[in-house]
Design a protein around this ligand. Structure first.
Ligand code: DAS
Length: 326
């Protein structure tokens, strides 16, 4: 195999974070610049040409549409560059699932695009960033990665953007896939895929748009009253995602308030606040004009709804088809 040419786009996060000592719990994400980081990677002696660009250096809680726009532009340019074999994006772990899913919806599946992060800062004992990055190189250099959409590499596992979710606040085993688990296992010296690529050569499902419509998430809890809906929805709101209890459920008065919004043409998607919350359609959804999020968690259901509304898709039946699809 010839030496792969990988474009590395850095956005910050714990993988580029530093603490005051190797054992302190508190640290600052986004401290190490891309040149410094790639210098550390070089010491691993991996056979790959890496060219880095600093897109941002933030904790991913501050990820924004402006940074997404820059990232999308840089990845698109790299994908079109015949020299580039694959792309790696370093990213904080808190919102990596949202960035990965947004990119998955708006990039073609021609070359591998792999997001990677770390749970421990660069100078912490047991730093996982370099290993995760070495694994990401292995994935980004693999031709078979290309038809699997945007991927995320964490803790020796490869996840598809649609499935991945951060499920733990601590420890290096902090991610899970749902409804599929991981789609591959990776180490710096081996890569095993579970199954064949499924979206080979497909074009982007949605055009990238920096300005997406306002779609808030209503996090349901016991004792919720309908005035929460009024407080959440403003004149700018174009759709609502419900992080419902159980299988996308909510108190009856809250449901009635949302039915009134849906009757006026505002898309309402029922997701679940549970970590593995598959939400199917229920008989009342037809009459209520509600959509079921299926396996997407609320934060991903929100991104898909923003894309659909931006594309002018407002009909609940048409929206449902997108949530049913892969
Ligand atoms: N500080 C968080 C972030 O940037 C955590 C992390 O990267 O692990 O998302």
């Amino acid at each position: 195999m010839s030496t792969p040419n990988i474009t590395v786009l850095a956005t910050g996060g714990t993988i580029a974070g530093e603490a005051d000592s190797a054992t302190r719990h508190d640290y600052r994400p986004g401290q190490i610049g891309i040149e410094d980081f790639l210098g550390r990677v070089e010491t691993l002696g991996i056979d790959a040409n890496l060219s880095g660009t600093q897109i941002a250096n933030i904790g991913s809680e501050d990820m924004s549409p402006a940074i997404w726009a820059q990232l999308h532009k840089s990845i698109s340019a790299a994908i079109e560059d015949p020299v580039c074999t694959g792309v790696i994006v370093t990213h904080g772990t808190d919102t990596v699932e949202e960035t990965a899913f947004l990119l998955d919806l708006t990039l073609p599946t021609i070359k591998p695009v792999v997001l990677v992060g770390a749970m421990r800062p660069a100078n912490a004992v047991g730093y996982d960033g370099l290993r995760n990055f070495a694994n990401a190189i292995r994935v980004a250099a693999d031709r078979q990665a290309a038809g699997r959409g945007v991927l995320v590499v964490m803790g020796d596992r490869v996840f598809a953007a649609r499935d991945i979710r951060k499920s733990r606040t601590r420890g290096t085993d902090a991610f899970q896939g749902f409804p599929r688990g991981s789609v591959g296992l990776v180490t710096p010296s081996a890569l095993d895929w579970f199954g064949a690529p499924w979206r080979v050569g497909e074009s982007a499902r949605f055009p990238f748009k920096r300005d997406l419509p306002d779609v808030p998430i209503l996090f349901v809890h016991a004792g919720m009253t309908p005035d929460y809906v009024d407080r959440l929805v403003s004149d700018n709101t174009r759709g609502v995602v419900v992080a419902g209890v159980g299988e996308g459920n909510m108190p009856e008065p809250v449901r009635a308030a949302l039915v009134a919004l849906a009757a006026k043409g505002m898309p309402v998607v029922r997701a679940s606040r549970l970590d593995e919350g598959l939400v199917d359609r229920e008989p009342e959804d037809d009459e209520n004009r509600f959509v079921a999020a299926r396996a997407l968690n609320p934060q991903k259901a929100r991104i898909l709804l923003q894309m659909l509304i931006a594309a002018g898709t407002l009909d609940p039946t048409a929206i449902q088809l997108e949530y049913d699809g892969r």
